[in-house]
Design a protein around this ligand. Structure first.
Ligand SMILES: [Zn+2]
Ligand SMILES: [Zn+2]
Length: 154
């Protein structure tokens, strides 16, 4: 097959800016989401800085302990019965919610695939856990998914 000489021009159409609170109408190609102003870098919405991110991989555990205690928690992943020990520290309320094995996003997805819970994988995608779910799904290479990113309690 021959490559076309020139790329077909993308048709501009009326679009509504998706930036929260903006809604300005502008002309853009079909994938444009923001008006020229909100396309600037300083307006870029960064997924990772959302405050609720902390509760995706971790849980908030309210307690009044004044010294370090060890607790046994159950892995929060569907159909994983692993238990793991967590040291609870005074005035620290954020703890991992998955067993050590499933603190890895790649392993959680593989586990959910094995038990046929694709609905829960969808759920993970929606939460935008790391934005990498799709990359992991389409990726056979073990290496790329095995990075531990945010293990708050070592
Ligand atoms: Zn805008
Ligand atoms: Zn687990």
């Amino acid at each position: 097959m021959q490559l076309p000489k020139s790329r077909r021009r993308q048709k501009l159409r009326e679009k509504k800016c998706q930036y929260p609170g903006c809604g300005k109408i502008f002309f853009g190609i079909h994938i444009s989401k923001y008006c020229p102003e909100h396309r600037q870098d300083r307006y870029r919405i960064r997924k990772r800085t959302k405050p609720e991110d902390v509760n995706i991989k971790n849980q908030t555990y309210k307690h009044n302990y004044t010294e370090v205690v060890t607790m046994v928690l159950n892995c929060a992943l569907e159909e994983c019965n692993n238990q793991f020990e967590v040291k609870i520290y005074p005035r620290q309320y954020v703890y991992p919610k998955y067993c050590p094995e499933h603190r890895n996003e790649y392993k959680r997805i593989r586990h959910l695939e094995r038990i046929d819970r694709f609905d829960l994988i969808e759920e993970m995608k929606k939460q935008g856990e790391s934005g990498d779910v799709e990359a992991i799904l389409g990726n056979v290479d073990e290496e790329s998914g095995t990075k531990e990113v945010e293990d708050i309690v070592a």
